[in-house]
Design a protein around this ligand. Sequence first.
Ligand code: TXA
Ligand code: MG
Length: 362
Amino acid sequence: MKTEYISMTEENIDRQGIERAGEILRAGGLVAFPTETVYGLGGDALNPESSKKIYAAKGRPSDNPLIVHICRLEDTEAIAEKIPETYYRLAKAFWPGPLTIILNKSSRVPVETTGGLGTVAIRFPSNRIAHALIEAEGGFIAAPSANRSGRPSPTLAKYCREDLDGRVEMIIDGGQVGIGVESTIVDLTEGRPVILRPGRITKEMLDAELGSVDVDRTILSADSGIRPKAPGMKYRHYAPKGDLKIVCGSRDNVVAYINEAAAAAHAAGGKTGVIAAEDTCAMYRADSVKCAGSRQDEETVARELFRILREFDDENCTVMFSEAFDDSGIGMAVMNRLTKAAGHQIVDADAYRQKENGGVGV
Ligand code: TXA
Ligand code: MG
């Protein structure tokens, strides 16, 4: 298949391009498009054949359900049942925006879209290109992140091209996305609301709206024995090709540990990478040092994280270290994605410093 490329901005939407994209979707084809979180790989959510194509294009296991994107709140009634009052409260507070809500599904949503589940994930994105596309499609676009399964979610159209060229009918380039980590997912089907995946809409923001929300225990835990409620969270997402470790502890111990470990890895023939906040970036010596943004504003870290992980792969880095970030607010999403990418390998540099007198083994 030859993939068609078009580009536009939120301020200057190419209406004809969007119409063509809508036709492709209505005919059962696939279109990658920007949202405010990450790029999505869209198909007609109510057409089981489209959902099957999405799984095939991504190389994704078909037990991992898709999110249905809408552009009118009243369309919820077509795809969901037993809608609780809390749904409308969250919609009013956070939509359009980076929040996904799980409800019981109606019979109109094929099980191919929900990975066999009786529930459906619903999201009303704020990106204006996404909004125009959903409208042109007729209202219901199923869209996972537009990466091949196992790779970081794309924050730029060039990463959609890398992963999906020749596998989808069209890719819409809308520039770099604003948020950079996928939407927050909240499950409303089981009494107390539960966060299944952290994102830009933080636990603190949801608590303020709903009283108190629970957090799925698997979000920051390394215990692979517990089954996450969002099936997709059980996969080792965002894994770079090399070995990534997170290093926590006091600033000086973290810098010292990473520099020693990176030097040892480099001496052993490895290509080394470091992810650091902007105030410590200059303190590292490694083959590739990436400045992820500011600790005072972790939104900047969220925006750069997936791009950095992809760049490490492009540069063939084999041994990588990341500073740890504060896990409150949007930091919970940053640390969730980072610990998954690291396969939960976390080093405590303070404990290490106490024990050691010599060099660092890798
Ligand atoms: O920001 C986002 O949410 C992006 C953009 C494109 O909208 N989409 C996205 O989709 O991240 P995806 O497919 O990469 O991640 C969807 C997550 C998966 O972990 C999946 O298991 C979970 O949502 N999910 C979907 N439907 C669910 C359901 N009915 N119950 C529990 N988890 C569900
Ligand atoms: Mg994904």
